[in-house]
Design a protein around this ligand. Structure first.
Ligand code: 26Q
Length: 809
């Protein structure tokens, strides 16, 4: 249902905001004021829509989903909100009179970078899809003052700068002083049996922090629903400080003031890697406690009885980061509402569901037990009791199987294993792509799969495709509308109709023209941002994602080196000019990842110095890759690099964004690539390398990268080049990493997959030169087959198979 907001209403709204907040009329207002006034106007429209929807949810006693996640990587919102409200033109007309365009205003909005990568972006895509599908939904996260750091490349090396997003991003947030809760840390817990037989829990010397809600409205496409993203800000507790103050402990009062603030200062910048810091644990509990308190209090106000909770609320744990929500829900039911343990446990497990996003060992969260005990003593004792009951159940079920029981326990060797808590405390566990969901049943959760097989399921990830297709690529969208009508805007599966045009030469050449336009736009962008000169006629081959060894940017670099050495030997070699584009941030403490960035930048520099070679081979490292950059980059890319070691990438979602924009994928059979291959057909995707089971086999029999070195003169030449170095800098450490590293050389098997990768790269180049028509056909088939990878579809599956949630129409 499209909004019917009129030009007149918009004009009044914007004018009112300008007068109220800045005391200016539209003609006096500067751009920044107009931007903020427009954002606040859109926010008001959405708030009002949400209110209407909220009333309906309540009267219909509709079940709601609460999506708990430490990250929401939203990017910009203005363009998306106007698009979703179908109000872009109306606003454009109003702004016409003010001498600014919407495009200019869009550029004023900072990215809300409250996430690292895939997991956080998925959460953002899901909020959009939930609203679009008219599902009652609320997301919960933290209102980080600083999002993911800004990346600057200095002399080839990544440096980090703070991401100050709030001054520009704040206009989206509505402070909810009425939604505030106390979260308690530390101290001691005293248990006292009251005369009425009730166990009273008292907190002694705890540090109390106030959680204040800030709401952000997330619109759906032409729908009635609006999703709310509730972000918690930590605020020092006024009266607590006053108490200390009045006791004469002025200094302590001030220090504890600062302590509270620090909780929601900054997002931890690690992706697929845990950080066992106390502050992170506190952040996680802060999210869990504030959110669960809020869910329970709202539920009680609306419906009274908490026993109804599983019927009316689905609580979703996005990875294990909010796993303490399980214990927090138990705490509140037992300590505050005096539920019996088993009844509380039944409510908790029926409400909670958990998604796993990784099988990497270094990303599996475990916490030192004494840290948990010190930080959240009551939660610790509840987890201990959950664990005791679990072990009891396991002893009955698997008598004598000590090793298994120990693996399955929640607390083992003084560590709290969040994955086991999440699985045991949830009624559903899912992976994020078919292959990944199979792998977790065989690896990390094998024992749990034997124990409770019915809990395990799969929901393949999807993307908010309207952002990357309709908004980021209007040229392609128009072509699609001309060919198949605009039904695909609401139903991504209709993209399949585009396949009918695979033999239509005029459509194929239009597709090529559109790619050329988007390439030129990206070339202009790269020039403006970083001064890179890119030949728009060269093939744009892109790897854009977080920098991680398992994602194998290094494998890409090895192939670039190989081509470079060929060109150095023979500068007249007849090859299709190619531009390799990288965009990636590394966790600040991840030194190997930073070395890889440096390698790519040094190669890039050296190549740039040789004009003749540079005409055929160009490497650009785009600084500060973020959501907004991806919206320019994905539509411009012709080759999508999805080259993780098979079995390591849970799903990937960038792969889907490239696909829908017509890029050809070069990739391993990993994550969602497997399903992309099924959807588009093996002839339309460029798969190489060892498969997940082969990787396991090689690993078991002992991987030796030197075998591949000995067999391949090309690899030997590359390793030699690394040692000699690029742009005056030796990368012999990298050579050692690949050949002699310990405990194992080349842990992500770049050497093992190099030959097959490099051969497939050549096939792609040959196809581009020799049969551009077939290239365009493959591109078209990819677009047509991408409809399955929509978040709308993922959300429908979650709603039907996990949350038991119905759209509210
Ligand atoms: C945990 C504890 C302490 C500090 C940090 C963390 C932490 C933070 C972020 C651990 C992991 C992450 C992020 C994981 C992630 O982004 N995973 C990706 O999720 C995507 C969405 O499902 C998948 O498509 C990707 O395959 C997966 O890598």
């Amino acid at each position: 249902m499209a909004t019917t907001i009129t030009e007149k209403e918009v004009r009044e709204l914007v004018k009112g905001k300008l007068a109220r907040y800045y005391g200016v009329s539209p003609v006096e207002a500067n751009r920044d004021q107009i931007y903020k006034a427009v954002v606040m106007s859109v926010r008001d429209i959405l708030l009002q829509k949400r209110q209407v929807f909220s009333k309906k949810m309540k009267t219909k006693r509709a079940k709601r989903v609460y999506y708990l996640c430490m990250e929401f990587l939203l990017g910009r919102s203005l363009k998306n909100s106007l698009y979703n409200l179908s109000a872009t033109e109306t606003f454009e007309k109003v702004l016409d009179g003010y001498g600014v365009t919407l495009d200019e205003l869009y550029e004023l909005e900072p990215d809300a970078g409250l996430g690292n990568g895939g997991l956080g972006r998925l959460a953002a895509c899901f909020m959009d899809a939930l609203a679009t599908g008219n599902y009652p939904a609320m997301g919960y996260s933290l209102r980080y003052e600083y999002g993911l750091f800004k990346q600057k490349i200095v002399d080839g090396w990544q440096t980090e700068l703070p991401d100050v997003w709030l001054p520009g991003g704040e206009a989206w947030l509505t402070q909810r002083s009425d939604k505030s809760y106390i979260v308690r840390f530390g101290g001691r817990v005293e248990e006292k049996w009251a005369e009425n037989g009730i166990l009273e829990i008292n907190y002694v010397d705890s540090q109390d922090v106030e959680a204040v809600a800030y709401d952000m409205m997330i619109s759906g496409k032409d729908s009635e629903a609006v999703s709310v993203l509730r972000l918690w800000k930590a605020k020092p507790m006024q009266d607590f400080n006053m108490k200390l103050f009045s006791q004469g402990d002025y200094y302590q009062a001030m220090v504890e003031d600062n302590d509270a603030d620090v909780l929601t200062k900054v997002l931890y910048p690690a992706d697929n890697h845990v950080n066992g810091k106390a502050l992170r644990l506190k952040q996680q509990y802060f999210l869990c406690s504030a959110s669960i308190q809020n869910i329970i209090s709202d539920h009680r106000h609306r419906y009274g009885d908490l026993s109804d909770l599983p019927k009316l609320a689905a609580i979703h744990l996005n990875d294990t980061h909010p796993a303490m929500a399980i214990a927090e829900l138990m705490r509140i039911l037992i300590d505050e509402y005096y539920y019996k343990w088993d009844d509380a446990w039944a409510i908790t497990t029926a409400s909670c569901a958990y998604t796993n996003h990784t099988v990497l060992a270094e990303a599996l969260e475990t916490w030192q037990e004494d840290l948990v005990e010190r930080t959240v003593p009551r939660i610790h004792s509840i987890i201990k009791e959950i664990n005791r009951k679990l072990c009891e159940e396991l002893w009955n079920r698997f008598p004598g199987e000590w090793a298994k029981i120990s693996r399955m326990s929640i607390i083992e060797h003084d560590r709290v294993k969040m994955a086991n808590l999440s699985v045991y405390g949830s009624h559903s566990v899912n992976g994020v792509a078919a292959l990944h969901s199979e792998i977790i049943k065989k690896s990390v959760f094998k024992d749990y799969y034997d124990f409770t097989p019915y809990k395990f399921t799969n929901v393949t990830n999807g993307i908010a495709y309207r952002r990357w297709l309709c908004q980021a690529n209007p040229e392609l969208t128009n072509l699609l509308v001309e060919c198949i009508g605009d039904g695909f805007v609401h139903d991504s599966m209709k993209l399949a109709d585009f396949k009918k045009f695979e033999d239509d030469d005029s459509v194929l050449s239009k597709l090529e023209e559109i790619k050329a336009i988007k390439k030129q736009q990206f070339a202009d962008y790269a020039y403006k941002k970083q001064g890179f000169v890119i030949d728009p006629k060269s093939i744009f081959d892109t790897q854009a994602k977080r920098l991680h060894e398992y994602k194998r940017q290094l494998l890409n670099a090895l192939n670039i080196i190989d081509t470079y050495l060929d060109l150095r030997d023979n500068p007249d070699m007849d090859i299709q000019p190619k531009t390799y584009i990288f965009g990636a941030k590394a966790a600040p403490g991840y030194s190997m990842a930073k070395q890889i960035i440096k390698l790519i930048n040094f190669i890039s520099e050296e190549i740039r110095k040789d004009k003749k070679i540079n005409e055929k081979l160009n490497v650009v490292y785009m600084e500060d890759y973020n959501v907004t950059m991806s919206e320019v980059l994905m539509p411009a890319s012709e080759i999508s690099e999805q080259i993780s070691l098979a079995g390591k990438e849970a799903s990937g979602t960038g792969n889907m964004k490239f696909m829908i924009n017509g890029a050809l994928t070069i990739g391993t059979l990993d994550g969602a690539n497997v399903e992309m291959a099924q959807a588009v057909g093996d002839e339309n995707i460029f798969i190489f390398g060892h498969k997940a089971n082969e990787v396991d086999d090689i690993w078991r029999s002992g991987y030796s990268s030197s075998t591949y070195y000995n067999e391949s003169p090309r690899l030997r030449r590359i390793i030699e080049a690394l040692i000699i170095g690029f742009n005056g800098q030796s990368f012999s450490d990298m050579a050692n990493y690949l050949l002699t590293g310990s405990p194992v050389a080349d842990p992500y098997m770049c050497m093992a997959d190099f030959t097959s990768y490099s051969k497939t790269q050549r096939e792609l180049s040959d196809l581009y030169v020799n049969d551009k028509r077939r290239w365009n056909q493959i591109s078209l088939r990819n677009i047509a087959a991408s409809g399955y990878f929509a978040a709308d579809r993922s959300i429908k599956e979650y709603a039907e198979n996990i949350w038991n949630l119905k759209p509210l129409k």
